[in-house]
Every structure is written in structure tokens, then in C-alpha cells.
Write a new protein. Structure first.
Length: 318
């Protein structure tokens, strides 16, 4: 039923939108960036493999070409690990509301890159959306109070959006061949390996410094904002199709802004709110323009973050 599909997409967007708030709360309880990343993906990978096993998908793994298995692991180990690393490093320096808006420029980046690569035409709709997103981004950044805009944090947030865009475009091939939950399990496993090794080598993996409450927030990131949000998104996608799912997913940064205001007292200026409206409008214009039929199992978006993201037969990150 479409109503249930919309509800699932809204819950998914809310789960993704809450990730920055959970991360901030985990930092307050002793979690470092390295600890958060390692624990998040290790727990998420474990939960994904449990779901894969319980749904009977595990037996299909042996039928997947080794090349696709290695590619999926590599996407997690390098692409998604880099995006998540940049995002949570930025979260340590920026307000969660501002970071959510910086990250949410990625749908426009993907549309522009897809046109540049010849995958889509650079239509007036895409140009208008790009212009609105750029103007909105200027208002979002320029409207920040003096001293509130950390340069390195801003650069990391934009880097996360750029890396995520590249991830989506790179993963579109394998995502069309693999079951979404199986792909998510492989991506999460690759990311968990890389981020755990990086945390050990840099000395930033400090699980003993995290309080019991901190582990609760880390669990919320893994269960609610990763596995739960991704699973709900796929459930909604199958009921309403990629166009509606893309539009409904713009609720994600709205959730982040609302929760950040309620929990941390963060607020956006009038100029920033106007800019946020332009960015979200650009994303909605891109979604409305894609009149795709209801997707088959291979018509996937990408998991995360932040994360939809439907570019022709795009995929979903873990």
C-alpha cells in the first residue's frame, strides 16, 4: 500500500537524519571519531549478515561472481569508509544541522556528474536545480554566525558529499547485479575492516573511554541510523517507487535540523533557512523529473548517511 510505503520512507529519512545527533551525543560520552566509525560499521555488518541469513539470502552468496564480491568489499573499504570518515570528522567540528545541509548537496552533484559522464542529459531541469542548490549553499554558508563556521569542518562536510557522489556513480553497476541487503552486508564489512585498522594505527580506537551511555548512542547509530534506516528505505521503495521515495527522503535534513534544535539548541539564521529551502527544492525538482516506473529488485538506491539516491539504476550504500 502506498501509504505504508511513504511511512517507511519517512521513518527511514528520520533514522538517517538522527545520525548526526546520535554522533554528537556519543562524542559527549567519550567516543572518538575512530571508535564511533569502527563500532558503527562492525555492529552494522553483523546485523546485516544476520538479516541476510534469516531471509535465506546467504545461500545466494556463493552464486555471486568473485569480482562482484571483491568490488563490493572495496566500495566499503575505500569509498564508503572515506565518506563516513569525512562526515564524522566534520561532525566533531560543525553543528549537526549545518553538516546535514552540506551533505545533502550530493543529489545535485550526482545529477551534474551523471550529465558530464553522458549517463543523463543536462536538461533545463538539472541546470535549474544546480543553480538553486548553489545559491542555497551560499546562503547556508554565508548566513552562519561569525565564528560558527569551522573552515576544516566545512571542507570535510563538502568532501563527504563529493566522495558520496563518486561512490554512488561508481557503485551503480554492481548494485544492479546484487541483492541490496547482500550488497549492504558486503559494503559494511569492507568499511568495518578499513576503519578498524585505521583506528588502531592512528591510536584513535579507544573503546575503553566510552561510557555505557555512549555505547547506547553508538548502538543507535548502527541499529536505527544504518541497518534500520536502510531496511525501511528498501521496504518503502518497493511500494512507492524511486521518484516518490527520493522526494520523501528530503525529510532527512529537516529531521536533523529539528532534532539539533531540540537537543542542542542549534538554530539556523533566516538566510540559512532560506538557503536550506533552495537546496531541498533542488533535490525535489530532480526527483520529480525522474518518472521511473515502480522498481524491480535491481532498481536500487544507495544506503546511508544520508542518504537516496537514485541515478538511473543507482544503488544504496551501507
Amino acid at each position: 500500500m502506498p501509504a505504508f510505503g511513504i511511512a517507511f520512507c519517512l521513518l527511514s529519512a528520520a533514522g538517517f537524519g538522527a545520525m548526526g545527533i546520535f554522533g554528537k551525543l556519543a562524542y559527549d560520552e567519550g567516543a572518538t571519531v575512530g571508535t564511533l566509525l569502527s563500532v558503527r560499521f562492525a555492529w552494522a555488518a553483523l546485523l546485516f549478515w544476520v538479516i541476510v541469513a534469516l531471509t535465506g539470502r546467504l545461500r545466494t552468496l556463493r552464486l555471486v561472481p568473485r569480482r562482484d564480491v571483491l568490488l563490493s568489499l572495496g566500495l566499503g573499504a575505500f569509498g564508503y569508509a572515506a565518506q563516513a570518515g569525512a562526515y564524522f570528522a566534520a561532525l566533531d567540528r560543525l553543528d549537526a544541522s549545518l553538516l546535514s545541509l552540506l551533505l545533502y548537496t550530493f543529489p545535485v552533484m550526482v545529477a551534474l556528474a551523471a550529465a558530464a559522464l553522458g549517463r543523463e542529459r543536462l536538461t533545463r531541469r538539472v541546470v535549474a536545480a544546480l543553480a538553486a542548490a548553489c545559491v542555497g549553499g551560499v546562503f547556508v554558508l554565508g548566513g552562519a554566525p561569525s565564528g560558527a563556521l569551522d573552515p576544516l569542518g566545512t571542507a570535510l562536510g563538502l568532501t563527504a558529499a563529493i566522495v558520496y557522489s563518486a561512490y554512488i556513480l561508481t557503485s551503480s553497476g554492481v548494485s544492479a547485479r546484487l541483492d541490496p541487503l547482500l550488497l549492504s552486508a558486503l559494503v559494511a564489512t569492507g568499511a568495518a575492516f578499513t576503519l578498524t585498522v585505521a583506528g588502531v594505527l592512528t591510536g584513535d580506537l579507544q573503546p575503553g573511554a566510552v561510557s555505557l551511555g555512549g555505547y547506547g548512542w553508538l548502538a543507535a547509530i548502527a541499529v536505527v541510523s544504518t541497518v534500520g534506516a536502510i531496511t525501511l528505505f528498501f521496504a518503502g521503495l518497493g511500494r512507492v517507487g524511486p521518484t516518490t521515495a527520493s522526494i520523501v527522503s528530503t525529510f532527512e535534513p529537516v529531521t536533523a535540523i529539528g532534532l539539533a534544535a531540540a537537543v542542542f539548541g542549534e538554530s539556523l539564521s533566516v538566510a540559512q533557512l532560506g538557503g536550506a529551502g533552495l537546496v531541498l527544492s533542488a533535490v525535489m525538482v530532480l526527483g520529480v523529473g525522474r518518472r521511473a516506473p515502480a522498481p524491480a529488485i535491481s532498481d536500487l538506491p544507495v544506503l546511508e548517511p544520508g542518504e537516496i539516491r537514485h541515478v538511473k539504476r543507482a544503488s544504496a550504500p551501507a
